[in-house]
Design a protein around this ligand. Structure first.
Ligand code: DCP
Ligand code: CA
Ligand code: CA
Length: 351
């Protein structure tokens, strides 16, 4: 039985968030910078939008070099990690509505396993498109998506689909696809290993099947050999492994953009009910998250001892009022996020 795996990677993520919050910079090269603080220009590029990449400014580049290329035409912005994390959490929450089997691989990457909820591969591709559309409609973020029969090929396809695309290879096409797939495209095969394999005559992933096993193990070690062999043989089936979730968020879209708490509160209540249903215990931290009419995200948090559902509503309303008092804009979506969750004790804990 093949798995149906969807891989999602957010396009030029940090720079894209900055563009969404400030659409005027969209027509320009945008560079998100990590300033090291030693001198005014020491540091490196975290990421850049596609216009900046076109003129040669890429992740990891030293800032002085980037500034030389981009002076007068590029926008240089300081990295805002907490903000991107907030957006990432929100998008991951949207994705996790589609499957409990979600592996958040990094701030801008996730795998989900939809084998159980999709009746066939076509259904999995439709689900992937739905997730992509929903992320865009709710956050404005464009993502690239790969859908296939295992994690490795889903990621290969997600990379090929960049930017803003979706690519799929199902059970009936996988054998042909593998035949044409260069080994350098496989996740985990970097420049160095790719070159060494090429030197040993391995250009395509399927070349691994007939290669001299001992010779390859000498070059890349047993673990990597087995990994590549399984992919080539289409027997790779490493499961999507959910990491322990640290927080549980739920969001609701309001019927209209508003600052009227009487309209908003019922949706806060719905979000709380739904978040508590998912969470494995009581939180000691509760955040109220408001997505404003211009799509920016504001949140206010409360920390206290194990917060039950009734108190959660009271606290959330207090936090909502703070946001309304401190900000003039209308709210478009509202949500709650439960953090620092203490697991409920079950009988199992006593035996
Ligand atoms: N990042 C970083 N430093 C790097 C590489 C990446 O800080 N050297 C951060 C910024 C990116 C984020 O991680 O926005 C995700 O990394 P990706 O490699 O997925 O790159 P992008 O999302 O920026 O671009 P792409 O559209 O190619 O995925
Ligand atoms: Ca990305
Ligand atoms: Ca990534």
């Amino acid at each position: 039985m093949p798995q149906f795996i969807i891989f999602i990677d957010f396009d030029y993520f940090f720079a894209q968030v900055e563009e969404i919050l400030n659409p005027e910079i969209r027509e320009k090269p945008v560079v998100v910078c990590v300033y090291s603080g030693r001198t005014e220009t020491s540091g490196a590029v975290a990421t850049s939008n596609y216009l900046a990449r076109k003129i040669g400014i890429k992740s990891g580049m030293p800032l002085p070099q980037a500034m030389k290329i981009g002076k007068d035409r590029a926008v240089f912005l300081p990295i805002r990690k907490d903000l991107y994390k907030e957006w990432s959490d929100h998008i991951m929450d949207i994705i996790s509505e589609y499957s409990d089997k979600i592996e958040i691989a990094s701030i801008d990457e996730a795998y989900i396993d939809v084998t159980d909820s999709c009746k066939d591969f076509n259904d999995a591709v439709n689900t992937a498109q739905k997730i992509k559309d929903e992320i865009y409609n709710k956050t404005g973020v464009r993502v690239s998506v790969g859908v296939s029969v295992n994690k490795a090929i889903a990621k290969v396809l997600g990379d090929m689909a960049k930017p803003n695309g979706i690519k799929s290879v199902g059970p009936s096409e996988i054998q042909d696809f593998l035949k044409g797939l260069e080994i350098s495209k496989i996740p985990g095969v970097g420049k160095v290993i790719g070159q060494r394999l090429n030197d040993a005559g391995i250009k395509y992933i399927t070349d691994v099947i007939n290669a001299d096993r001992d010779q390859l193990i000498n070059i890349i070690g047993t673990a990597k050999y087995n990994y590549l062999y399984d992919i080539a043989n289409n027997t790779y089936n490493k499961p999507v492994t959910p990491r322990e979730k640290k927080n549980f968020g739920r969001y609701m879209t309001l019927p209209e953009n508003t600052r009227d708490v009487n309209i908003i509160i019922p949706y806060v209540k719905k979000a709380i009910d739904s978040a508590y249903e998912k969470a494995p215990g009581l939180p000691s931290e509760l955040s109220l998250v408001a997505i404003m009419e211009d799509i920016s995200i504001l949140s206010r948090s409360y920390t206290g001892a194990r917060i039950d559902k009734n108190r959660a509503l009271e606290i959330a309303i207090g936090l909502l009022n703070r946001i309304i008092n401190e900000d003039q804009r209308n709210i478009r979506r509202v949500g709650v996020r439960l953090g620092k969750i203490t697991k409920n004790e079950t009988l199992d804990d006593f035996f």
